[in-house]
Design a protein around this ligand. Structure first.
Ligand code: GLN
Length: 487
């Protein structure tokens, strides 16, 4: 266990806070100090409000002093991806379009974190409107991977993963539409959980592709991810897709569920393009589970080859519709030299959006246009059903699936200039979003060059308790998550 406060887990810190061995102001000051020491190099933050964070910390200490502490997150600094609304704070989606936008309201996850006493710390960088796999699409410049500053932290939630790995927050939130929590978690050596579609409210999340988007936690340990998930999950009348069901105490459930489990290995996830060191680490994880008495079974997800195409039709179609609201009239950037209304829309959107966002709006508009809708969008929806059915068929025989999270470890900043090369980073993560399933990435080793590798476990709908227990089963036998980058 690290002796530095900024590298400790929520579970450890909540104990120290409870026993008055540390105060939230001391902890928050340590995290702020760490951020100031390293963020010029990591560039995980778009902005932060130091005095606001210290005021929240002081309020937490006062509550605790009065015997009114609210639970394990009370007084813990938690960073939010800059697509999650916090009232009276900037909300940029890392876009010029929203560069000067201040949110008038809180997202539901923000309300729940505030109610739990968390200290909300800063706005974390990401790819513009969460479109990308490296944070290089941020209008404000890329975030660096704390393990090797010349490399990407993954994306789109790269600020969330990098800040956590670098000790600039104790936990963070990201959003995952096609892998944006799990892939950066893998590349930065932290835990990242994408919940079942509908478990966590999307109210107050800047929408990218509404049928795929889910908010979830980044954390140092599986137990910490369980703590955050219990706080943010649950029905919300503001989000009509949020599921009406009681949310278990995921942390308590971890202790109840001990396996052994039946784990499926989808053969389609171990083919060409998989880095040999990543494969070797995942094979060792499979052997570990087997040695612990788990049943390992090869399974097939036969429609896997259509995931990427299906995703890039559905996600861009939804994005083109969601991003229509940024018209220079109501939100964000407005062009200064427009002649008339049409010119205002045209110039505001031309100036406000970056290249990748424009590419997706154009592609999405095309697949939805009359004459092409049936051939592309409607057909993609049908294939999506087949992809989901593949997973549900596999779950007749196994409790969860085990795969690599990302086909390769972190690549160099600037290395992938072709959009398709970046789209391929999500080859193992997008099927999960199309099927609406929960999945977690857990650290499972390092390359010879010292870069983190992630193991992905994919669970059954709304079975996060079991999924996290399986992840914890691996984590208990390994110490990968306790290593920290030297900065
Ligand atoms: N990299 C994928 C994309 O660019 C996924 C992004 C995400 O999950 N937000 O669409």
């Amino acid at each position: 266990m690290s002796s530095e406060l900024h590298f400790k887990s929520i579970a450890d810190l909540s104990g120290l806070l409870e026993n008055r061995q540390v105060s939230s102001v001391e902890l928050t000051t340590a995290v702020i100090g760490r951020t100031k020491a390293v963020d010029a190099r990591v560039r995980a933050f778009n902005s932060f409000d130091e005095s606001g964070a210290l005021a929240q910390a002081a309020a937490s200490d006062a509550r605790r002093g009065a015997g009114k502490a609210r639970g394990p997150l009370d007084g813990i600094p938690v960073g939010l991806k800059d697509v999650i609304a916090v009232a009276n704070q900037p909300l940029t989606a890392s876009s010029r379009m929203l560069a000067n936008f201040v949110s008038p309201y809180d997202a539901t996850v923000t309300v729940r974190l505030k109610d739990a006493g968390a200290v909300l710390w800063g706005r974390l960088n990401c790819d513009e409107f969460a479109m990308g796999s490296s944070t290089e699409n941020s209008a404000f410049g890329p975030t660096a991977n704390p393990w090797d500053l010349s490399r990407v932290p993954g994306g789109s939630s790269g600020g969330s993963s990098a800040a956590l790995a670098a000790g600039e927050a104790i936990a963070t939130l990201g959003s995952d539409t096609g892998g944006s929590i799990r892939q950066p978690a893998a590349l930065c050596g932290v835990v990242g959980l994408k919940p079942t579609y509908g478990l966590v409210s999307r109210y107050g999340l800047v929408a990218f592709a509404s049928s795929l988007d889910q908010i979830g936690p980044f954390a140092r340990t599986v137990e910490d991810a369980a703590i955050v998930l219990s706080t943010i999950a649950g029905h919300d009348p503001h989000d009509s897709t949020s599921f009406k069901a009681a949310v278990p105490d995921y942390r308590a459930e971890l202790k109840q569920r001990r396996g052994p489990w039946r784990l499926g290995i989808p053969q389609e996830y171990f083919g060409a393009g998989l880095d040999p060191e990543v494969n070797a680490a995942v094979q060792r994880a499979i052997a570990f589970y087997e040695a612990r008495g788990c049943t390992i079974k090869e399974v097939s997800l036969p429609h896997t080859q259509y995931c990427l195409d299906t995703y890039y039709i559905i996600a861009t179609a939804e994005a083109s519709s969601n991003l229509a609201r940024f018209d220079g009239v109501r939100y964000g950037h407005r062009s200064k030299d427009a002649k008339d209304a049409v010119d205002l829309y045209f110039k505001s959107r031309s100036e406000g959006f970056g290249a990748e966002v424009k590419r997706r709006i154009i592609l999405g508009t095309y697949v939805l246009s009359s004459g092409y809708y049936d051939a592309y969008y409607l057909r993609a929806q049908k294939v999506r059903t087949l992809i989901r059915q593949d997973f549900l068929n596999a779950y007749r025989e196994v409790d969860a699936l085990l795969t690599p999270t990302s086909p390769a470890p972190a690549f160099k900043l600037g290395e992938k200039s072709d959009p398709l090369a970046l789209y391929l980073c999500d080859i193992y993560t997008i099927g999960v979003n199309l099927a609406g399933l929960p999945a977690v990435s857990v650290p499972c080793g390092f390359t010879g060059g010292g870069l983190p590798i992630g193991l992905q476990l994919i669970g059954q709908p709304f079975q996060e308790a079991e999924l996290l227990a399986i992840a914890r089963g691996y984590e208990e036998g390994h110490e990968w998550g306790q290593r920290h980058p030297v900065l």
